[in-house]
Ligand binder design. Structure first.
Ligand code: ZN
Length: 222
């Protein structure tokens, strides 16, 4: 794994597992020292996290872990509840063996992440499942839209969610792929709506206050 990819994964893991809470400052110099890279190397990772909305970068104030509001979190999920079921018709219309293989492949990886209790991978894989599904609808404008929403959703789940928010009781992604493969568009739409509503219901809007962080200790233990 490339060094910047490694640092990215470590930082994302720390955010998702709530070791780095919303609003915590991410000082370039301390992170550079922790990971033994240049500040430019750290800046590259922070920019990637900022593009994906996990981090905010403000001029003169530097980088902080993003802090979505409860209202924003609800709006992100409400938008997904509106859009994603509508895309199912397109997915069914364009369905092929390769759609099935692509989705089952992600489902398989999700199961491994779940067995290993790896919340970071679970969140990332769940986002790629939904994005892939939207892409398979054939409407690439909507797919791009869903991609943005799932990224924001990943942050929301990282901040307000738990294992329940990804491996939810409303059933596994596997069930949805089975329905799509049988061409059951209506049941798939109902499933998707319930699935996203369950994720929304699993969010808990109380966040602990950030405390001061020793980055060296933190990243030596995760
Ligand atoms: Zn899902």
């Amino acid at each position: 794994m490339r060094k910047d990819e490694f640092i990215y994964q470590q930082m994302l893991k720390a955010i998702v597992e709530h070791h780095l809470l919303p609003d915590v400052r991410l000082p370039e110099d301390q992170l550079a020292e922790t990971f033994q890279v240049s500040r430019t190397g750290i800046r590259k990772v922070l920019h990637r996290l900022a593009l994906e909305r996990f981090v905010t970068i403000t001029p003169n104030k530097g980088a902080h872990v993003a802090k979505p509001t409860a209202e924003e979190a609800e709006q992100v999920l409400d938008s997904r509840i509106l859009i994603e079921p509508v895309l199912i018709d397109g997915v069914v219309a364009h369905w092929s063996e390769s759609s099935k293989t692509r989705l089952y492949d992600i489902v398989k990886q999700e199961k491994v992440a779940e067995q290993n209790n790896n919340l970071k991978d679970m969140i990332q894989l769940s986002a790629s499942f939904h994005t892939e599904l939207a892409t398979l609808s054939g409407n690439l404008v909507m797919a791009e839209f869903v991609n943005q929403l799932t990224l924001r959703s990943s942050l929301v789940i990282a901040v307000f969610g738990s294992k329940q928010s990804v491996g939810c009781d409303c059933g596994h992604h596997h069930d949805l792929v089975d329905m799509l493969d049988r061409g059951e568009a209506e049941s798939a739409k109902v499933w998707m709506k319930r699935h996203l509503e369950a994720i929304k219901a699993s969010l808990q809007f109380t966040i602990d206050k950030p405390k001061s962080i020793n980055f060296k200790d933190l990243f030596s233990t995760i």
